[in-house]
Design a protein around this ligand. Sequence first.
Ligand SMILES: C[S@@+](CC[C@H](N)C(=O)[O-])C[C@H]1O[C@@H](n2cnc3c(N)ncnc32)[C@H](O)[C@@H]1O
Length: 420
Amino acid sequence: MSSVVHSKIANIAASLGLEMQLDLDFDSIIKNLNDLDLKADCTLFCGDNIDVLASLYESQQNNVDFCYIDPPYNTTNSFIYNDTRVSQQSGLFGSHSSWMSFMLPRLVWARELLKDTGIITVSIDDYEQPYLRILLDTIFGEDNFIGNIVVCRSVNGKGSKKNIAVNHEYVLVYGKSSKSKILGMADDTSKYDKEDEYGRYKVDGLFRKKGDASRREDRPNMFYPLYYNDEGKVFTENTTGNLKEVYPLDSKGIERRWLWGKDKAKNEAWKLYASPNGVIYVKNYSTAEKRTKIRSLWSDNRYLTERATKQIKDIYGDKVFETPKPIELIEDLLFSHTSDSSLILDFFAGTGTTAHAAHNLNCIDGGKRKVILVEKDESIAPSHIAAKMGFNLISDITEKRLKHISNIDTNYKFSVHTIL
Ligand SMILES: C[S@@+](CC[C@H](N)C(=O)[O-])C[C@H]1O[C@@H](n2cnc3c(N)ncnc32)[C@H](O)[C@@H]1O
């Protein structure tokens, strides 16, 4: 079956005029992974992600709910990992072709692993963003473009090269199909300015029907008196004899109707609120399930790179990795884009922030998110601070983060696999 995916990759590459090498020995890799179970909270694969993605295909095709990746941005900076993929100025995409040829097959495999409802989110900056969009449009389809989130990563544009201090980078969001839906951010609880024994609520919905079929004669059994006291409590009978009475009349005195019949209003009177001048509302309670549409601009101190660097220093004792993401950014992406029982894939894992973010969320909401990470088992240059701190391979840094999580939470389980 992997040959079908191979053909897809070759066809897309040909349509974009990109060079592609497809010479992996999948059979031997796949055998290695067939017995794999993903029971652990996190499964880390150490190796080249193209091998791992292709190998996971047999067991995990159409099984992943959410994919977050933070690939090398092609900055040509000297990082712990190779961040230089610059080709000769030739072809349609000039010097970007090499980076696109690197990304293309990985994105195709990732799409194959996603469920039909799955979503992929990709961090990127201005340099490769247009080229990444071309790849994602071609592989996932323009119709499945969900959005481009602009994230403020640095307040004063630290690390910028030229005239404009660049504060932002992006997260591109694509669905695998029209069935892919994002859940949205947590509702802003500060909007719920009132509270009773049932929780926090706001009053923003009239209990009097408006618009079509709202007149008394449309639903006569929904026209009846309600009673209320000075604390805003609503009753269907004048139990004490000194409650105030109100009918569903509009501002012109026209007889309308309530939203519910009398029996429901009696049983659920606690959900109604009367303003001091006798307007009846349905209380709108804050619940954990309520979500609000995510915005395309994410600007919050919690998303700053300097915050991620501090987190890395706290965990590892020094800056062992140059380009980590802040945990909170990934937490918010996971929370807003996918459910609490999702299988999550990050095949450019770096320090393993995605696993840490998923674990934090599981602790908060009791979720059962599971994570597959992939990171290269490439040697770290001896001059790099990480090597001086005793790390041999980049994937050792990822593994250390997982150990860190399991030291804090002894229930946390992870497994590590080197596939070749
Ligand atoms: C930008 S970093 C990701 C950082 C990560 N988001 C974090 O918070 O730490 C990209 C990572 O992808 C890894 N990488 C690059 N090419 C890879 C490949 N072919 N297979 C697996 N990992 C790769 C690099 O070693 C690097 O750790």
